[in-house]
Ligand binder design. Structure first.
Ligand SMILES: Cc1cc2nc3c(=O)[nH]c(=O)nc-3n(C[C@H](O)[C@H](O)[C@H](O)COP(=O)(O)O)c2cc1C
Length: 367
């Protein structure tokens, strides 16, 4: 009942967005203010680049969510129209359902149909074969393919898999044979530096350390279980901030993919926080889903598209202002700002050997 699952995910994830927000690790990332470090906003370029000659005009993107049913197809249409209007890159949700039933293709293909010149990413699980990956890329005329690693979600999912042993090998084969860049992503449980380094060994050039603090798939899947048996995993995993910090402890000579970050991104300052910790771009799922669905959370429509266009343009303008405030002419330069890490995030980072004093004093070290 994969199609019911798609609607469940949408409904439970949208319901989480309507809850009161708890403090997250993003709140523990504070950029130090230097009152005379600013530059002119007209000198700011917020575009970002990724391996594979990718250049996005915006340093944030719509992360993989949905497709596969009538309702989720409408959400994809609304998101895709906003993407076409604003130039933001966008991914589909998992297209495993399409591999079993080709009739659902329009609910995914709408990303390309509504946005012929945009940056479109497909999405498949780490069980995907090279042939399946090629089919998805061709069906979407995709510019990149996201492969999700979601062992925690599968574990809690009532109908989930328990077989994760072949994933690394599968990923290496898919990377080797897929004609577009492959982006390996988590679904909200973060990535350790060991995972990041292994992905490089598998040939992966881009990884999205989707961490916790936002849409919580341990809770989404547990809500789908009659007995709610996995409530104890509700806080499991690392945040994207913790994951980005963890990656800083890899020895300089260790190859690593370019990192994206996502999970719980609420506003332009969260984007800045992710970029300051070394992400090339920051992904947003739940927050934009909420914008498109509105408070009622019922169905995507033209009003939802309009709201998202306004929000994306607003974030773009706020980012340009904030880059100027922090003295960053480019996205890369944000990763040289002084960042202070506090709270439990600092504790986690210290346990993993992160040099927090260096992060808080990067400008002086650079001089
Ligand atoms: C309704 C919904 C469905 C999702 N489905 C997928 C999916 O099929 N594949 C995937 O890689 N991630 C999926 N995700 C996870 C997001 O890409 C992202 O990693 C996660 O939601 C954390 O980001 P957020 O806190 O901004 O929502 C989904 C998220 C939502 C909200």
């Amino acid at each position: 009942m994969i199609s019911n699952r798609k609607d469940d995910h949408l409904n439970f994830a949208a319901a989480q967005q309507r809850e009161e927000r708890a403090r997250t690790d993003w709140d523990e990332v504070r950029l130090l203010h230097h009152g005379l470090a600013g530059i002119d906003a007209s000198d700011v370029d917020i575009s970002t680049s990724l391996p594979g000659d990718i250049r996005w005009p915006l340093p944030f993107y719509i992360n993989g969510m949905t497709g596969g049913t009538e309702t989720t197809g409408k959400v994809n249409a609304a998101l895709a129209e906003a993407a076409a209007e604003t130039g933001i890159a966008m991914a589909t949700g998992s297209m495993s359902i399409y591999l079993r039933d080709e009739s659902v293709l329009p609910t995914f293909r709408v990303l390309r149909d509504k946005n012929p010149h945009g940056f479109v990413m497909g999405n498949l699980s780490a069980d995907a074969t090279p042939d399946q990956a090629r089919r998805v890329v061709e069906a979407l005329e995709a510019n990149a393919l996201q492969i999700h690693i979601n062992s925690v979600q599968e574990t809690v999912m009532p109908e989930g898999s328990r077989g994760f042993g072949s994933w690394a090998e599968n990923i290496a084969s898919v990377v080797e044979s897929t004609p577009v860049p492959v982006i390996v992503k988590e679904v909200g449980f973060g990535m350790s530096r060991e995972t990041v380094a292994l992905l490089a060994e598998l040939g992966v050039s881009i990884a999205d350390a989707a961490g916790n603090g936002g849409t919580n798939f341990a809770r989404v899947e547990n809500d789908r279980r009659a007995g709610k048996d996995y409530a104890f995993l509700a806080d499991f995993g690392q945040s994207a901030a913790a994951s980005l910090l963890d990656a800083t402890t890899l020895p300089a000579e260790t190859p690593r993919p370019a990192l994206l970050a996502s999970g719980g991104v609420r506003n332009p300052y969260d984007v800045i926080r992710g970029l300051s910790l070394g992400a090339r771009a920051v992904g947003v799922a739940g927050t934009f889903l909420h914008t498109v669905l509105g408070e009622s959370g019922v169905e995507a429509n033209a009003a939802g598209t309009k709201r998202l266009i306004e929000q994306v343009n607003d974030w773009r303008d706020r980012l340009i202002e904030m880059y100027a405030m922090f003295g960053a002419a480019t996205t890369r330069q944000l990763s040289e700002t002084d960042v202070m890490i506090g709270g439990e995030l600092a504790e986690t980072a210290r346990l993993r050997g992160v040099n927090l004093a260096f992060l808080a004093n990067r400008r002086s070290f650079r001089r």
